[in-house]
Design a protein around this ligand. Structure first.
Ligand code: BES
Ligand code: MN
Ligand code: ZN
Length: 500
């Protein structure tokens, strides 16, 4: 995909379609008004005829403009004539791109960034044109014989005025980095478990490191894990023929001694539940149990592309969770790298077994903060639905920063309590703790388990079990929470620049 900023007058543009907005009260956006002028009132006549009411998300494609160089104009309803909410801005963009998935349309110029959006500047508006368009144009064809995609769009331009060019350009670069990061995340997530194995993920990280020399890649293999005492992680992978990998991506964009931000992503390339086998319906979706790991890869791709002035470490513990003669059995007790013992009452609560050893491993980086991303509990979808990811952590400031980043990125988080009272549910008669806490508050008790391994640093946990992919007829990865993570990192780099 080719991205650019366009400041030339609309009448002179060479593209297959120009996208402009119209409000509900028939008010035309500035670009729509200017095109109306150069087309003898064509747009006003369409609006006055009632063919476009201006409702947010409504579209009309004008596909022939006699006597004019312009090929096509897409009119997009914006809703009420007032600053748009961020959500409505996104909705209008999405409607626009979805109506342009036609073979004739290869290049588009989007003029919607000129609309006022509540509390957002040109940089944000430009970034979101790129993010929303690229996201909507993603199509997984890798394992289909017919690789034809619905859309042929290969060039997206954001129209800006000369005075806004710099901000629009900065937004475009951010949007491009997020879009490419999300694309990698979605692609890896959508791949099936027989292709995307732990070794495959490690290979992907190594390739990313070859493409971006600022990323140093290290893969910890099982013998080294054993030497480190990662008994919890290894107990899960023992039930699989695929060896586990702990993938580390090290990015040093900040000062040599600056403490790094560590991102940990759960990388279960397939989770059948182990001996506590899951039921058959929907089990295919457990190929998505590596979405946290894929998000770490996507985020680090974007970080490397944006050359953020921060030190960032990505850690992806990756394994399969399968039933096997050598798999964990309910009641088994393992010793984690921290020395704490764990009674595995349910082998399907495997994510926390990988994450706990990775949290302990993260200590060696002397982290500024640690954020883990995990498709950890089905209970998170029961509590919050598929709209928002769960957030839990031991540091209010970090949780607030992440929540704000989520709002800016339109990739939201909702915090759940991580109170001492819940820890009781993890009591075990035979080990330091059990790996499950019963049916109540499953997302919270899972985080309580992790918290016991995150006492040495500021830490937040994102439960993305219900947001990382869509289920049903549009089944597919969403690329969440890459956008929010990049926003968090960009914000951090920014405050650091101001205060430092
Ligand atoms: N990967 C699953 C969580 C999950 C389930 C995500 C369904 C999305 C949809 C995780 O490993 C798991 O199986 N968790 C168990 C925990 C339980 C045994 C305490 C769950 O949610 O059922
Ligand atoms: Mn599981
Ligand atoms: Zn799992």
């Amino acid at each position: 995909m080719d991205y650019s900023i366009e400041t030339a007058p609309l009448e002179e543009l060479q593209c297959d379609c120009i996208i402009v907005g119209v409000y509900q009260d028939k008010q035309l956006s500035p670009s729509a008004a200017s095109l109306d002028n150069s087309t003898q009132g064509l747009i006003n006549s369409i609006v006055n005829r009632g063919d476009l009411s201006g409702k947010n998300g409504e579209t009309v494609l004008i596909n022939a403009i006699p006597g004019n160089k312009i090929e096509r104009i897409l009119l997009v309803g914006l809703g009420e004539n007032k600053p748009l909410s961020g959500k409505n801005y996104k909705k209008a963009l999405l409607a626009a791109v979805n109506s342009l998935k036609k073979p004739q349309i290869k290049s588009v110029v989007c003029c919607l960034a000129e609309c006022d959006v509540e509390g957002r500047d040109w940089q944000w508006k430009s970034r979101h044109v790129i993010e929303v368009f690229s996201d909507a144009l993603y199509q997984f064809t890798h394992t289909k014989s017919d690789k034809e995609t619905e859309s042929k769009i290969e060039k997206i331009s954001v129209s800006a005025t000369e005075s806004n060019r710099a901000l629009a350009h900065a937004g475009m670069l951010q949007g491009k980095a997020v879009a490419e990061g999300m694309e990698l995340t979605k692609h890896l997530a959508d791949l099936p478990g027989n292709i995307c194995t732990p070794a495959f993920l490690a290979e992907q990280a190594i390739e990313l490191g070859q493409k971006y020399p600022s990323l140093a890649i290290k893969v910890v293999e099982e013998p080294e894990m054993a030497a480190l005492g990662m008994g919890a992680l290894l107990s899960v992978s023992r039930g699989s023929r695929q060896p586990a990998k702990l993938i580390a991506l090290e990015y040093q964009g900040g000062e040599k001694n600056a403490k790094p931000i560590v991102l940990i992503g759960k990388g279960l390339t397939f989770d059948a539940g182990g001996i506590s086998l899951k039921q058959a319906p929907g089990m295919d979706e457990m190929k998505y149990d590596m979405c946290g790991g894929a998000s770490v890869l996507g985020t680090l791709l974007a970080v490397a592309q944006l050359q953020l002035p921060l030190n960032i470490i990505g850690l992806i513990p990756s394994s399969e969770n399968l039933p096997d003669g050598d798999a964990n059995k309910p009641g088994d007790i393992v010793t984690s790298m921290s020395g704490k013992t764990i009674e595995i009452l349910n082998t399907d609560a495997e994510g926390r077994l990988l994450l706990c050893d990775t949290l302990t491993y993260a200590e060696r980086y002397n982290p500024e903060v640690v954020i883990d991303l995990a498709t950890l509990t089905g209970a998170c979808g029961i509590a919050l639905g598929r709209v928002v990811s769960g957030l839990l952590g031991n540091d209010d400031a970090l949780c607030n920063e992440l929540t704000i980043a989520g709002e800016i990125a339109n990739d939201n988080l909702w915090r759940l309590p991580l109170w001492e009272e819940y820890q009781e549910q993890l009591k075990s008669n035979f080990a330091d703790m059990a790996n499950v806490g019963g049916k109540d508050g499953g997302t919270i008790t899972a985080a309580c388990f992790l918290a016991r391994f995150a006492e040495k640093f500021r830490w937040a946990h994102l439960d993305i079990a219900a947001t990382a992919w869509r289920t049903g007829p549009t089944k597919g990865a969403t690329g969440r929470p890459v956008s929010l993570l990049i926003q968090y990192l960009i914000s951090r780099a920014h405050t650091q620049n101001i205060s430092g």
